[in-house]
Design a protein around this ligand. Structure first.
Ligand SMILES: Cc1cc2nc3c(=O)[nH]c(=O)nc-3n(C[C@H](O)[C@H](O)[C@H](O)COP(=O)(O)O)c2cc1C
Length: 441
């Protein structure tokens, strides 16, 4: 029996990296926010590491506080970015986030299927409901209650998939001699009318090499779980412990079972945000430099995670014995136990923060083997089917991951040496689907 292997995706945002100060890091061109060449370079580096997909988060009201010293975290526009990347890569999957609330199904169906055709079957759609007021404000609207947003989301995914299937698989005849371009009998309207969205169809786009795009999901809670169980081939998670990840993965698998699907059809991805250098000290220094302007403002929050009042004046000192005695991890933040664990190792507060204890994902710190060990431990514990990797500074960080972590995972038999096939469905082991899933009626 062959060993189960992990699948990797890579987060791709602005032209700099997943750390807010990446735009100022050594060797980074500050103009990369608008550079599609830079995005292509990062995508090709990830493809060299046989990453299954690029994952582009998206929010529709991203400009918030901090713009005076931090770059916006997202690409200028995810689908256009992936279109540029599609033309310069051959294998890597291309997953963009698209809102089910602030798009019409016909627009989503058309754009994503065009990307799927353009990339020869590598597109994925991360269907999100959008829950932030700043996004809604850009449409002159307000965020509707969750049940309403999710009902619209269900309708939208179903209409989109129906539109994808509306150009029949074999409808495109390409018969020049017989002067028959396509068979209209196989290209039929969908005539779907929901409570929130509707479409007549058909969509004028033939199937791609994988049929149609793959659905991703990144939601939480009962509503998000139901979406994932019904439609998703991959779920992007935000989890901080093996136990939590295992529970979330199991909940998603159960939700798929309830929807009448095989749970193995849904892959769960845990996040990881590695800090890699030849020594632990160098890896911490990389993060200390990136946190120069943000760490002082985070000291008070770190204190609240530990049940302490911490003063920024202590930032270059470790916690005292009395502070460590009094410290209690806050139940309000799942990252707190790890923060306390690191603090107990005697690091200064600045170094505790450099361990990524307030970052979005677990941060293994040190030589590449530390990251490989972390990934192996989580994977073998059944916490995930793979990882979405957030690289601190793309310019050098992707190559470091590909050159140092990937070979270790391969040597350990945990990661493939090459792509299994040409399409994103192949990379994910997702079954073929064209149109809506007949099991979900
Ligand atoms: C790992 C992860 C990534 C997410 N990425 C996005 C994103 O790119 N865009 C977005 O609008 N929401 C994103 N979300 C938010 C969820 O889709 C969802 O809207 C959020 O959990 C709020 O849930 P609600 O819609 O049930 O209120 C993400 C959530 C998680 C856990």
């Amino acid at each position: 029996m062959t060993q189960r292997q992990m699948i990797l995706g890579m987060q791709l945002g602005n032209g700099y990296g997943s750390q807010g100060a990446a735009w100022r890091a050594p060797g980074v061109d500050v103009s990369n926010y608008t550079s599609f060449d830079a995005q292509v370079r990062y995508a090709r580096a990830a493809e060299r590491g046989k990453f299954a997909f690029l994952f582009l988060p998206d929010f529709l009201g991203q400009l918030g506080a901090g713009l005076d010293h931090e770059a916006p975290m997202l690409t200028l526009e995810p689908l256009l970015t992936l279109a540029a990347i599609a033309r310069e890569t051959e294998r890597i999957g291309l997953v963009a986030t698209g809102s089910t609330t602030f798009n019409e199904p016909f627009n989503l169906a058309r754009s994503f299927k065009a990307l799927d055709v353009m990339s020869h079957g590598r597109a994925g759609w991360n269907a999100v409901t959008t829950s932030d007021a700043a996004s809604a404000a850009n449409f002159g609207r307000q965020i509707a209650p969750r049940p309403e947003r999710y009902q619209r989301a269900h309708e939208t995914v179903q209409v989109v998939q129906a539109l994808w299937g509306s150009w029949g698989r074999d409808a495109w005849l390409k018969d020049a001699e017989g002067a028959r371009f396509a068979d209209p009998a196989q290209i039929q309207p969908v005539n779907l009318q929901g409570e929130h969205v509707a479409s007549r169809g058909p969509l004028a786009i033939p199937p791609s090499e994988q049929g149609q795009p793959v659905i991703f999901s990144a939601g939480g809670g009962a509503y998000g779980l139901e979406m994932a169980g019904r439609y998703a081939s991959a779920v992007i998670g935000a989890v901080f412990t093996i136990d939590d990840a295992r529970a979330q993965r199991e909940a998603i698998r159960e939700s798929a079972r309830l929807a009448g699907r095989d749970p193995d059809e849904v892959k769960f991805f845990a996040g990881v945000m590695p800090a890699i250098a030849s020594t632990t000290r160098e890896a911490l220094d990389r993060r200390v430099a990136l946190g120069e302007h943000t760490f002082p403002a985070r000291v008070a929050y770190l204190g609240s995670m530990l049940g302490l009042r911490l003063d920024v004046g202590q930032i270059d000192e470790p916690l005292t014995a009395d502070q460590l005695d009094a410290a209690r991890p806050s139940p309000g933040d799942p990252r707190s136990p790890r923060a306390l664990e690191v603090a107990r190792e005697g690091w200064t507060i600045r170094d505790v923060l450099a361990h990524g204890v307030i970052d979005y994902h677990p941060t293994p710190v040190g030589p590449a083997a530390v990251t490989a060990d972390h990934m192996q431990e989580w994977f073998e514990a059944g916490a995930c089917d793979g990882f979405w990797v957030s690289i601190d500074v793309y310019e050098d960080g992707i190559d470091t991951f590909v050159d140092q972590v990937v070979p270790l995972l391969q040597e350990r038999g945990l990661y493939h040496h090459d792509y299994e096939g040409p399409t994103l469905r192949d990379h994910l082991g997702a079954p073929h689907q064209y149109g809506t899933d007949p099991r979900l009626t």
